[in-house]
Design a protein around this ligand. Structure first.
Ligand code: SF4
Length: 374
C-alpha cells in the first residue's frame, strides 16, 4: 500500500503564461461540486496504511475560501492516519494567502508550505503573468513564519526572457535572506499550448547555464544541500514526498488529472472537470489504468528517476529490488556516458556499494542521459 498521497486542486485566480498544469481559472460554482467529489474520492482510498507524506498541490490550493479549505483539511486528517514523522505540504501562491487561511492550514496538521515566489524582480513576475509582486511574496513568507511554519519552501524560475545573471543573483540572495528550509529552482520551459508558446522567446542559452551553475554553487556555499537536479534543502529538509517519486515508490493521487502508481500500474484520473464530477457522483472511478509497467520498464524508470538525485543510484539496491545488475545490463551505455563525462561510477562513501551519479555536465544534460536508459 502506498504511503504517499497527492491531492490536486485545479483552480487558480489567473493563468500564468508558462503553465501547463491541470488548472483553470477559479469558478466558485464549479469549485464546491469539485471539492465534494474530491472528498468522496479521497474517502475511498484505503486508510489502513499510515501516510508518510501528503502533498496538496495545484493549481493553487490556497485559492479555496477559508471555510472550504478548512473542511477539506478536516476530511483528510480525519480519514487518514499519519506516521509520527509525517510531512504534509500545501502549495500556495503568495497572492492568495491570508492570516486566517494560514491558521486553518497549520492547525489542521499541515507542517510544510511551498510558496510559488518565482522571482524577486517585478518585471519578471509581470512577464510570467503572476498575480503577485515581489513585496507580496516576501510578506507571504513572513506571514507563514509568523503563523508557525518552520518548513517553508520557495519555488523559483530562471531563464526568464530579459532576466540577467545579476537579476537572478538578486532573486537568490533575497530568497536566502528569508531563510527558507527548501528551494526549488526550475528553468522556464516552453510547453505546447501555453500562452508562452505563442511568442518567440529571446534567451541566451549560455546565460541560462550560468544561472544554473551559479545557483548550484552559491546555494551550496550558503549551506543548502543540492540533493536533486533542481532542488536544494537545509540538511534534513529534503522534500520527502518528491523523494518518494524519485525513489519510484508507490503513491496515490486524487483529484482532477491526478496520477497514481500502485503495484506497477500507473493510473490517471480524467482531466475533464465535468466528467470527473459526473463519474464520482455515479459512484464510478475517475481513474483508468494507463500503463501496466513491465519489470524492464520499472527498472528503466528507477534508473532515470534515481539519477535525478545528486546521490544517484546504488547498483546493489537496484539489483535487490529488480534482480538485475545494471552494470552488466547497460555496460555499453554506462561506458559511453562515462567517456562523455556525464556520469561517474564510484564506490559510495562508507560502504561496499557502488553508485552512479551525474556529473555537473550530466546534470545540465540530464535528459540526454535519461534517454539512454529508456
Ligand atoms: S499559479 Fe501555478 S498552477 Fe496556477 S496558473 Fe500559475 S503556474 Fe499554473
Amino acid at each position: 500500500m502506498a504511503s504517499s498521497l497527492y491531492i490536486h486542486i485545479p483552480f487558480c485566480l489567473k493563468r500564468c503564461v508558462y503553465c501547463n498544469f491541470v488548472s483553470g481559472v477559479y469558478d466558485p460554482e464549479k469549485l464546491s461540486s469539485y471539492i465534494d467529489a474530491l472528498q468522496i474520492e479521497t474517502e475511498k482510498i484505503p486508510a489502513e496504511t499510515p501516510l508518510s507524506t501528503l502533498f496538496i498541490g495545484g493549481g493553487t490550493p490556497t485559492v479555496l475560501p477559508a471555510e472550504i479549505l478548512h473542511n477539506l483539511l478536516l476530511c483528510l486528517f480525519d480519514h487518514f492516519i499519519f506516521n509520527d514523522n509525517f510531512e504534509a505540504t500545501i502549495e500556495s501562491n503568495p497572492g492568495t494567502l491570508s492570516d486566517e487561511k494560514l491558521q486553518i492550514i497549520i492547525s489542521s496538521g499541515i507542517n510544510r508550505i511551498s510558496l510559488g515566489v518565482q522571482s524577486f524582480n517585478d518585471k519578471e513576475l509581470t512577464f510570467l503573468g503572476r498575480i503577485h509582486g515581489s513585496k507580496q511574496a516576501e510578506q507571504a513568507v513572513t506571514m507563514a513564519r509568523k503563523a508557525g511554519f518552520k518548513n517553508i519552501s520557495i519555488d523559483l524560475i530562471y531563464g526568464i526572457p530579459g532576466q540577467s545573471l545579476n537579476s537572478w543573483k538578486h532573486t537568490l540572495e533575497n530568497t536566502v535572506r528569508l531563510n527558507p528550509y527548501h528551494i526549488s529552482s526550475y528553468e522556464l520551459t516552453v510547453e505546447q499550448g501555453t500562452a508562452l508558446s505563442r511568442s518567440a522567446l529571446d534567451r541566451d542559452e549560455e546565460e541560462i547555464i550560468d544561472m544554473y551553475d551559479y545557483a548550484v554553487d552559491w546555494l551550496s556555499s550558503q549551506g543548502f544541500i543540492h540533493y536533486e537536479i533542481s532542488n536544494f534543502a537545509r540538511p534534513g529538509y529534503e522534500c520527502r514526498h518528491n523523494m518518494n517519486y524519485w525513489d519510484r515508490g508507490d503513491y496515490y493521487g486524487a483529484g482532477l488529472g491526478a496520477h497514481s502508481l500502485i503495484d506497477n500500474q500507473r493510473l490517471r484520473n480524467t482531466d475533464d472537470l465535468k466528467n470527473y464530477i459526473r463519474l464520482i457522483t455515479r459512484n464510478e472511478s475517475p481513474a483508468r489504468v494507463i500503463d501496466h509497467i513491465s519489470d524492464e520498464k520499472a527498472l528503466s524508470e528507477a534508473i532515470f528517476l534515481g539519477l535525478r538525485k545528486t546521490g544517484g543510484i546504488t547498483i546493489e539496491t537496484l539489483a535487490m529490488r529488480y534482480k538485475v545488475n545494471i552494470l552488466s545490463k547497460y555496460r555499453k551505455v554506462i561506458e559511453d556516458l562515462q567517456t562523455a563525462g556525464l556520469i561517474i561510477v564510484s564506490p559510495s562513501g562508507c560502504s561496499d556499494e557502488t553508485n552512479i551519479i551525474l556529473t555537473r555536465k550530466g546534470l545540465l544534460l540530464s535528459n540526454e542521459v535519461f534517454e539512454k536508459f529508456v
